[in-house]
Design a protein around this ligand. Sequence first.
Ligand SMILES: Nc1ncnc2c1ncn2[C@@H]1O[C@H](COP(=O)(O)OP(=O)(O)OP(=O)(O)O)[C@@H](O)[C@H]1O
Ligand SMILES: [Mg+2]
Length: 474
Amino acid sequence: MAKQKTKILVIDDDPKVSWILSEGLPSHFEFISARDGIEGIQMVSTEQPDLILLDIKMQGMSGLEVLEKLNKMESRPDVIMLSGHGDTRYVVDSVKLGAAEFINKPFDVKEVEIHINGVLERGRLRSELAKAKEELRSQKKYANFIGDSEPMLRVKALIEQVADSELTVLIRGESGTGKEIVARSLHELSGRRNQPFMKVNCAAIPRDLLEAELFGYEKGAFTGAHKNKQGRFEVANKGTIFLDEIGDMPMELQSKLLQVLEQQEFVRVGGVQTISVDVRIICATNRNLEEAIGEGQFRDDLFYRLNEITIFLPPLRERAEDVPLLVNHFLEKYNALYSREYANLSSETIDRLMGFHWPGNIRQLENMIKQVVVRADEGIIEELIRSAAQQPVKSTSGGAAGAAPGAAPLPETYDGDLSLKSVVGRRIAEEEKRLISHVLNKTNWNRRKAADILQISYRSLLYKIKDYELNATK
Ligand SMILES: Nc1ncnc2c1ncn2[C@@H]1O[C@H](COP(=O)(O)OP(=O)(O)OP(=O)(O)O)[C@@H](O)[C@H]1O
Ligand SMILES: [Mg+2]
């Protein structure tokens, strides 16, 4: 197999240096040269060398100044400094600026080769290590996706098969079954994991703002559009966009979305210029889309386009054998979070949990275990189950306060960050969210009326709805 070329940029005002090296070193090293710092810095971007040899003393910008500039780049190749006699006092400065090695001129080419190989090898090890760490990290995140039951094993196998593809995935399942966790897992296990994951809750963003939110807008497109703004699709470029509650997307927008899916391009609201993006799309819904199509609320062509792969998450009541695993997982999670040591639940309690019908699915179970840990009392489970059983729980996504049984406010536990500002801030935010949600429900989600009652501006109400991820319970 042909050895891959290693490209080395020599930045030195003496052209002999690069010439001597390319004559003296094996041909798998390709030397390119720049005569001064400015040209050198440009070539780092245009040529993307694997390594840089940088002279300390040059006309114009000195080697150290060049190194400082290179450090400002998002990433740069390793740099070996070349020093003439009398430059040794700059060694310390170079090391501080992150130079990998230091070679004295005049040099012996063999010696240079050894240094170059050493630095390249260290770089390779470093990036392998980083890659391994990164893989471990995403595996770890995925490890938090619990479930060994037959249906969950099938779901996991499907996730692993389709994660690293460009297929558009539609995730379906009742509220609280883990649709968001699946969407994040798909992203984490894909080649896009280091790029943005952008979640957009189509139900939480007011209809008239959703288009601008997704596709951005140009200055003057509507009242209040004071400057150009990128939409979520642009921000998510190279990454993944997760369109949550896609079933609630207004019809007009559905056609624009279809067009984006087909062409990977769009125009901003009020704009003329076509913008291209490279975005993987994942959608989720707990609505019955076939029914919505029948009622003329969802486009069938969009449905087929979104539906390249469907991952269906079974409700928790259909996989009771996952309950004990989930219980342990959440016990560990909340013990760690609240610095508690609440031990395992009794087998009677576990049985009770396995037999429950879980209208709010895993979110509801998680909430219960959280309260058990905080109050250090598994006795409350009976009480929670009984009160939950009396109320139908449907679509509590976003966890709007008061919507889910078992979501009663927790007593504040003064653990962790004890700054007055942050503890009080948290309480205020909770209270604010609860009140806004209450008023919205009272006004049937009439946002103008709600803003009036709350005595805040319409716009700031919209922001708060977004921040708190509130949405109308269907
Ligand atoms: N398999 C799982 N393992 C561990 N935690 C899970 C699992 N499934 C769900 N959860 C947890 O349950 C909660 C609800 O999950 P998620 O938000 O993904 O549900 P959802 O299907 O998006 O619900 P909704 O339709 O209401 O938005 C989250 O805190 C999530 O971390
Ligand atoms: Mg969700």
